[in-house]
Write a protein that binds this ligand. Structure first.
Ligand SMILES: C[S@@+](CC[C@H](N)C(=O)[O-])C[C@H]1O[C@@H](n2cnc3c(N)ncnc32)[C@H](O)[C@@H]1O
Length: 242
């Protein structure tokens, strides 16, 4: 998603992409970066013993059914997207199984109460919103602020992004300017682990080999409180190679 497509930040772009059925413009059935089976070894330990799970910007290849299918979530699995069409389509597809709730919601201003979720997952939504002309960084920080607000202490946010902090300045700058800034503004104590692949990632396009997307696991260690005041506080950040 680093092709400079400014439209990725607009809700109307996604609405028309999901309602288009033909040609290469059709956004249907495209899973960005990783599939659920590829992510499950990382996600399962984060779900264990916890409560409700939220996936934001789920699109039409949501991770929610895979998460619910593990049978270990003690609570609801909710998938949201700003596109009404894709949510309608996902509701129809899931039929009467009813394991996942699909809800239209804007990730910049979520309908959920503070501390509602044990795990919140984003795959590609922040990357899309970052391309909003002029306000991409502000909007991305707002989404991370909302994910922080809706997360329980002890829970984790998982962000899958093409902005790989191990792959050069751009990724690390994004971590600092967007992720760390938003978490520091929200407050509390956090830990960030950046999971990277030791193998090069084939983007599927001719001669495009890159280090691939990164998976950031951001854990809320403590709520806000007196520790907030320590101006020297820095969020611990580590790489984990797979
Ligand atoms: C790159 S796609 C990723 C879709 C899906 N997560 C995946 O990995 O296949 C970005 C998704 O974010 C959704 N989106 C864009 N802006 C949003 C917003 N403000 N709130 C919620 N979802 C949004 C789009 O409708 C789209 O489904």
């Amino acid at each position: 998603m680093d092709d400079g497509c400014e439209d990725y930040g607009s809700a109307s772009y996604w609405e028309s992409r999901y309602t288009s059925n033909s040609g290469s413009d059709s956004g249907r059935g495209h899973s960005w970066y990783f599939t659920y089976p590829e992510l499950s070894p990382l996600l399962v330990p984060l779900m264990e013993g916890g409560g409700d799970v939220l996936e934001i910007g789920c699109g039409d290849m949501p991770l929610g059914p895979g998460i619910a299918g593990e049978g270990i979530v003690r609570g609801k699995v909710i998938c949201t997207d700003i596109s009404k069409s894709v949510i309608e389509e996902m509701k129809k597809e899931s039929g009467t199984i009813g394991e996942v709730e699909y809800v239209v919601d804007d990730a910049t201003s979520m309908i959920f109460e503070d501390g509602s979720f044990h795990l919140i997952v984003d795959k590609g939504t922040l990357d899309a919103l970052l391309s909003t002309p002029k306000s991409g960084i502000t909007i991305s920080r707002k989404v991370i602020g909302e994910m922080s607000r809706c997360l329980k202490v002890g829970g984790s946010i998982v962000i899958v992004s093409h902005l790989n902090a191990a792959a050069g300045d751009e990724g690390m700058e994004w971590v600092q300017d967007v992720v760390v800034e938003a978490l520091m503004e929200f407050g509390g104590r956090w830990r960030i682990k950046c999971h990277i692949s030791e193998n090069d990632f084939d983007c599927g396009e001719e001669s495009e080999i890159s280090p691939g997307p990164a998976v950031y696991v951001i854990t809320r260690l403590r709520g806000s409180g007196r520790f907030e005041q320590a101006s020297e506080y820095k969020i611990p950040f580590d790489f984990v190679e797979h």
